[in-house]
Design a protein around this ligand. Sequence first.
Ligand SMILES: [Mg+2]
Length: 281
Amino acid sequence: MFDFDGTVTADGVYRPTHEMVDALVALAHKMPIAFCTGRQLESFEKRAMTAIVEEVSPEERAKFFENFYLIAENGSIGYDYNPEKEEFEEFYRSKWPDELMARDEIMTKLHEAVSEFGDVCYDAHRVVVVMRTNMTDLAQDARDIGEINRLSREIYRVVLEFLEDLNPNYRDLVHVGDSGIGVVISPADGDKDNGIKQFGRYLVENRGLSFDKTFSEIFVVGDRPDKNGNDHYFLMGKYGSPYTVGTLVDGSDLPKPVLGEDGQRLMHDKGTIHLIRSVIG
Ligand SMILES: [Mg+2]
């Protein structure tokens, strides 16, 4: 299972390299793969699928898509790709916790609260609430990833203050993660750790695979496992065997860093390619 932005792509870049697509295709010939991203379905299709579909030859396509899954909205919705219909079919969906505040209402309030740094993405996500920086949508060559990261941190700070005011026990209901290009609020039971569990269960029921209780046979990789990051729950080790190609977690030996031949850390897509190659053999 792969986080997408900063994990399958270089930091601040939308498109995976040819080398990455080749590695993913080779991997999907051997086993099911899933992307577990903060993005919602249409954004993933536009940014990621296009790049992959263009690269995969027609002969390889059927095999690739048979083994291809998408866990979107930071773990809140899972899709299985149906190659015959050429569309994603939803297989689970988490629920927004209305007891915190109705989703529409919280979106309106947060839109106002973060307006100095970014805005709420309306009419796109189905479950989670996402805010992007006011630089995120600029053309690739006009973007400054350092500045985007800074704005994203500011949005994260404003969101925590807002939630703390709203309900001091908000952490029981929602998780907040900073992806570096935006901030996602997901149901506490619909974060990326839930995504691993749901993906594992789906493979048991539909593909006849078997796993231990924590699905440790599933390798998971992301770039933001630190306590503010949107991979925090993905890579904490509750489910799956976690690796990081980005930040580390203070005081924990999980997730493991991806290391190259001479022991140096490999970051972002470089680390992910290395990990894929070590799995394929
Ligand atoms: Mg990421």
